[in-house]
Design a protein around this ligand. Sequence first.
Ligand SMILES: C[S@@+](CC[C@H](N)C(=O)[O-])C[C@H]1O[C@@H](n2cnc3c(N)ncnc32)[C@H](O)[C@@H]1O
Length: 296
Amino acid sequence: MIEPKSWHIELTSRCVLECPGCDRTWFKKTFKKQIIQDIPIDDLLNFFDRNNFLSSEINLCGNNGDPIYHPKFLEILKQLKKQNHKIKIATNGSAKTEKFWTQVGDITDKQDTITFGIDGLDDTNHLYRKNSNWDQVMTGVRILKDRPIKKIWQYIPFKQNLSQIYKAKKLSKYLGFDQFLLMPSDRWMEENMQDMKPDSHIDIESFIQKTQLSGNKMKPQCLTNERIYIDSDGTVYPCCWAGTYRYKFKTPFGHKKHNISNLVWNDIFQPEIKTFLQNTTSYEKAHEVCKMNCGS
Ligand SMILES: C[S@@+](CC[C@H](N)C(=O)[O-])C[C@H]1O[C@@H](n2cnc3c(N)ncnc32)[C@H](O)[C@@H]1O
């Protein structure tokens, strides 16, 4: 993360869905409340400007929220494009109007990408993507069909949608998607996720590859300078895993001084942060969150 090449940004913690595998849903269920945060637009733009991080790759996704529900999403998109960034948007695609999607199409160009998380067809998508509305998702898909932005259909295989994969892939072509991406879930811990688990794991090849790795090796993503994480309260973390509810206060990151509102990038590299980053390369010394996500 010393010379960031790309960013993963959670613009907002808001979402209209309640996916059972989402950290936001877990938090709401556990603590009976929601944390609503929206990145202040000026903080974000000034941060990139102040630190000369222009023309980067920015992935608008997040651990908890969905970027399209930031109240100033279109304005942020417009301003980030003025700073010459390549934008990737990850969304469930519900609850927005034709006008909204037309503006997304107007602001973006062929350098940008939108990934719709659609886990099934009209009769199954809402089973995991709880509260999603098929017609609303299709409004976005239809309006962006002939726009230059690259379009990806990301499909998480569950028991209820396994038999629809072929049909969905075919539909994705018809709807103008550039790519159909099967993404196996890595979240089966929640009790209510068990019923959705496919009987046979869909991604057997990559599972075999993973189990063949020799173990105790670290391949830290943060040292590749990719996908440095900024959460919806503006705090910087080396990756999105370190910014989850479980770990955000358990590493040397997550302090007020790491907030984009006034951060000068090089000031982040204080001794405790340098040690944390150095330790990511050693399985023995790496923090638990690093071992879990960047260890093999
Ligand atoms: C909280 S979502 C944020 C973006 C947006 N709300 C969405 O659904 O794409 C974070 C990411 O987790 C992915 N995701 C959701 N459920 C998942 C699961 N069970 N396994 C793996 N990834 C999942 C989403 O597709 C998205 O890329």
